[in-house]
Design a binder for this molecule. Structure first.
Ligand SMILES: N[C@@H](CCC(=O)N[C@@H](CS)C(=O)NCC(=O)O)C(=O)O
Length: 193
C-alpha cells in the first residue's frame, strides 16, 4: 500500500491516521504544484484530480478523498472511531464537516482577491470556533483520539502556521496532538516542519 502525500498538506492527516492504525504502507511524496512524484512520475497519471491524498492498494485500486481514506482507516482500526450505534456516522459527519466547511475554505482564501479574503477568513474562524466548542474533552469524541482528530489537528495547525488566531482550546489541542509519536514519525517521514 502506498500513500501519496505532500508535506504540510491535508494528506498529513491520512499519514498520521495510518500510523496510528499500525498499518504498513510506503510514502510517495508529491510535488503538489508541479504534479510530480518524488523519484519520477506524473502524479496526474495516478490521480487525475491532482489532489493529495491518494491511497494506492497493492492490487492497484486507488482510494482518494480525505473523508473516504480516513473512514477506511477507522474501519481497519475501530479504536480510531467513536463508539456507539451511530459512531461510524458521527465520524463521517465530522470528517465531512471538516472537509467542506473548513478545509476547502483555505484554497478559496488563498486564491481570493485581497478584498474578499476577510469574509472567507471570518467563515474559517467561525467554523474552527464551532469545532473548538465541541472540544470539552481531550479529543473531538471524548478521551480517545480518532481519525477525525488527525484531520482537525492538521487543519488547525496549518491555520495557525498561516497566521489565523485559533480559538481556545485549539492551541492546546494542537500542542497535545503534536506530541503524539505518530505525528512526530509522520513529520520525519514527510520531511516537513
Ligand atoms: N476533495 C479532496 C481535496 C484535497 C485537497 O484539497 N488537497 C490539496 C492539498 S490540502 C491539494 O492537493 N491541492 C493541490 C491542487 O489544488 O492542485 C479531499 O477532500 O481529499
Amino acid at each position: 500500500m502506498k500513500l501519496y502525500t505532500a508535506p504540510g498538506f491535508s494528506s498529513f492527516a491520512d499519514h498520521i491516521a495510518l500510523l496510528e492504525a499500525g498499518i504498513e504502507f510506503d510514502v510517495a511524496k508529491v510535488a503538489i504544484w508541479e504534479k510530480t512524484v518524488d523519484g519520477g512520475g506524473d502524479y496526474m497519471a495516478v490521480n487525475p484530480t491532482g489532489y493529495v491524498p491518494a491511497l494506492e492498494f497493492d492490487d492497484g485500486e486507488l482510494l482518494t478523498e480525505n473523508v473516504a481514506i480516513l473512514t477506511w482507516v477507522a474501519d481497519q482500526a475501530p479504536r480510531l472511531a467513536p463508539g456507539g450505534s451511530l459512531g461510524r456516522y458521527r465520524l463521517i459527519e465530522m470528517l465531512s464537516f471538516i472537509a467542506t466547511e473548513i478545509h476547502k475554505r483555505f484554497p478559496a482564501y488563498f486564491s481570493a482577491p485581497d478584498d474578499a479574503k476577510p469574509a472567507i477568513a471570518e467563515e474559517i474562524g467561525k467554523w474552527l470556533g464551532f469545532v473548538a466548542e465541541r472540544l470539552r474533552s481531550s479529543y473531538l469524541f471524548g478521551e480517545r483520539f480518532t481519525v477525525a482528530d488527525a484531520y482537525l489537528f492538521v487543519m488547525a495547525r496549518g491555520a495557525a502556521q498561516v497566521g489565523f488566531k485559533l480559538p481556545a482550546p485549539l492551541p492546546a489541542y494542537v500542542e497535545r496532538i503534536e506530541e503524539r509519536p505518530s505525528v512526530q514519525a509522520a513529520l520525519r517521514r514527510e520531511g516537513a516542519a
